[in-house]
Design a protein around this ligand. Sequence first.
Ligand code: SF4
Length: 701
Amino acid sequence: MEEKEKKEGIEWVRTHCARMDHGGCALLVGVDRKENRIVQVKGDPEGFLNRGYICPKGVISPDRLTHPDRLRSPLKRVGERGEGKWTPVSWEEALEETAVAFNRIRETHGARAVAFGVGMPKGLEHFVLIRLANLFGSPNVVASQDVCHAPREITGIHTCGFYPVADFHQRSRLAVLWGSNITSTNEEGEICSLPLKQLKEGMDLIVVDPRKTDLAEKAKYWLPLRPGTDHALALAFLNVVIEESLYDRDFVEKWTHGFEDLAVHVRPYTPENMAGITWVPADRIREAARFYARSKPAVIQWGNPVEHNIHTFDITRALLCLMAVCGNLAVPGGNVEAVDPKIMGLGEFVRADLIPDKRKDMISAHHRVIPRLMTIAPAYFRKAVLEDVPYPVRGFYAMCSNPMLSYADSRLTYEAFRKLDFVAVADLFMTPTAAMADIVFPVASQFEFDDIGHYGIGHGYVLARPKVVDPPEGCWPDMKIMNELGKRMSPPELWHDDYREFLADLLKPSGLTYEQFAEKGYLKGPDRFRAYEAKGFRTPTGKVELRLSVAEKLRLKPLPEFSGLPEEEEPGYPLILTSAKSRYYLHSSYRWLDRFRKLRPRPKVEIHPETAARSGIAEGDEVVIETKNGSIVQYAELTDRVDRRTVNASHGWWFPEDSPESQYGWRKSNFNILTSAAPLGKEYGTPNLRAVGCRIRKASS
Ligand code: SF4
């Protein structure tokens, strides 16, 4: 086989997947050097996270590189904004025009009037963007961290001094997938292959999910909770564990602060009291809570639905308290602190020292969000653009993101884009967001430049993503674009001659060159278990703070509580809307890839057959979904995987085949037309992305 491949000129390169989700699978990529073309991608059996596993997105990932609609030249808007009229320009012109526009805004309104936006972190460019903002002088980096990652991480830091991630590298007796459909999403540093292996070897499973997912069918307990009531369920777990003395007495006595207060506080949260709220029968809650407490070690893989409503602080606090009192924090096979390898720290890389007043000056500080949140919640960014609150924002640079689809209440996002003085967007393809730009930069994608993955997301390792093929002429890596913009918008000596020096900077403490790092494949920090025994927890009390000692100072609730449903119930909207991610797409990406569109050609809304029958809806019908905020259409899939009282719509849909002047049909099926940015959770500025009241009807009726 090898001989044949050699003859055919196929070379196999080791790298890591990226940009189809958080990435992490080690890959073997077959490349035809003569043609500069990838011919096959397969999982690398030696990958420490995936052990040869690869998902459909990984297999299809090279299609992004050769797609005929890929952007291959910088574009400048020539018509009205959003009119879909463009002319190709040189890189020099695109960079200069962008820099001049942002510099002008800085002169008129101050540096903070330019915001820098990013979506899901994919590679090192995420941190180069923060560096660009810092060096430009703007404290405003806009990211959807309010609904992804920050609540888990920051609440974790306040509660126990670190961000507890699921440790699937060691044996667990039990895994709780709490809002984590990991076989579809492989989210945030956790590839499903590791837990699946443990399941085969006898690990038990509890699934907390409104939908009957594939893994819910295999679980010992599936708890189909009402969307948005995670805190009620977690508090009921705490009630059972404490009332029945199932907690880890030794750990609680030595290493927790406020246990007595918590014990009194959770008394009313009995399974019987919470059953009506969560829809989970009391005896099932009780049995599952007992099972979690008695299975040691047990790991909770918490997905980002726990961050998708205004009560995310209570939800994450309750889950952290549960991990702690059951003795599952910082133990092998539990929820652990991941330690970075020897690489450059984030603050140094992004030059945080050059913007010392950032915490006080950033938009969200004026909304009094939790001070550790260093990015701006999208709702607050838009308020600055549309209402000049707390001050005006007039320029926006967006990269690796599609805010027209991904921010709650898309119509407000559209209005904000219309109002901005200047918008630059870097992307692979035209998107609804790129269609609202003044300048569009065409980027190089994964496989086309050297990169480092998983930096800064708290999982304790970094992954080498060496280049496999050359990008098309005219496409630049985001890092290179920002390195060149940076020279035009801030002191040039703070930027590099060649953007690849960012990789070298990051690796300097490890003593490795990028080539040596790529040869190794990854760097992982040491396992750290029970570090508190030597030094205590990194909290003000040195213990896990079941009762938060900083609550008064930071205006936080000292103990987690259930303060109500995310939304008041309204008779006109009797169903509860939620959403789930598809295994074929990443948020709003990749609708242009034919092989995915064949598998999932249009947005589906899952409806229970009885609910559908009441509205005269049949399989495949076009369905109007309405909330108080707006209406969209999606296509009915009738299934008993969802409860009769809920509907599960698809997220992130737009239509690349539609016209640029309609911004590619961003209104038709876009889930965020249905969501609202009022109210917002006060700790993180989080909107309700799920558990929204809705009604449905057949499109023609
Ligand atoms: S699971 Fe994620 S990292 Fe692995 S191949 Fe699929 S998209 Fe890539």
